[in-house]
Design a protein around this ligand. Structure first.
Ligand SMILES: [Zn+2]
Length: 254
């Protein structure tokens, strides 16, 4: 368990995923990232002393949710992140490695979840988007999703706003919102091109969990054979504890 300060304010206690959490993600890799994020934070994170719940996870700012997914990754799978990104010049796969602790988190000095701007003499009040907003626009095309998100977050709706006013509100939101700002500086070993690649922590972590599904099944099998525990009992273990038992029965590798 680790205690962290949320970039959007408040504190959280972050617990390792259990096998049950891992299994939920591994079983259905079509689950939208926003829903998977709510499920994992809602199961493994206490915010400001309250028991983990999906309701609370939905009320968190988008940047806080991303930050917590990074912390869940650290707590469950460790600090070191190995990833493969595509070279934008030649398309070659480039290996990158970095520590989760080094991922930059942008946090405004004073976090205000509400704000107001003046645009051409008109006051426009808004709030910062949360997980609930992310879930509400699931499945929409990007442009439509952005438009509806704005509509939900602007007082009185955004339908009456000009293009310029909308852009100004979005810019003001971005200045206020905490976020993970991760761009990897990559030099391609094939063509030598140097470029910055944006890295989506949430998508990466969910991908890791999905890939590990087969291994989880083998681990359940090994522990059930050795200890005669039920699948339920094995899945209730935090990952580190499960791995510790696997090491004892000599099946921890692979
Ligand atoms: Zn290249």
């Amino acid at each position: 368990m680790r205690v962290v300060a949320l970039p959007g304010g408040g504190t959280a206690r972050v617990f390792s995923l259990t096998g049950r959490d891992e299994d939920g993600i591994a079983r259905d890799d079509t689950t939208a990232a926003a829903l998977a994020t709510t499920a994992l934070i809602g199961s493994c994170v206490e915010v400001d002393g309250a028991a983990p719940s999906a309701e609370r996870a939905r009320t968190l700012l988008v940047g806080d949710r991303e930050f917590l997914m990074l912390q869940l990754r650290r707590e469950t799978l460790g600090e070191r992140i190995f990833a493969v990104v595509g070279c934008s010049a030649c398309g070659a796969d480039v290996d990158v490695a970095f520590d989760a602790a080094d991922v930059p988190v942008e946090s405004p000095a004073v976090v205000e979840t509400r704000g107001e701007i003046r645009y051409r003499g008109r006051a426009i009040a808004f709030r910062l988007p949360t997980g609930e907003d992310q879930e509400a626009v699931l499945g929409l095309r990007l442009e439509e999703a952005e438009s509806q998100l704005l509509d939900r977050c602007v007082d009185g709706g955004a339908s009456g706003l000009s293009r310029g006013a909308r852009d100004a509100v979005v810019a003001a939101m971005e200045r206020r919102a905490p976020r993970i700002d991760l761009e990897l500086d990559v030099v391609c070993p094939e063509c030598g091109a140097a470029h910055a690649v944006p890295f989506d922590v949430t998508a990466f972590f969910l991908g890791e969990l999905g890939v590990r599904g087969d291994r989880l099944l083998r681990e359940i099998h090994a522990l059930a054979l050795a200890y005669h525990w039920t699948e339920d009992a094995i899945l209730a273990l935090p990952r580190k504890r499960r791995r510790a038992y696997l090491a004892l029965v000599g099946a921890g590798r692979g």
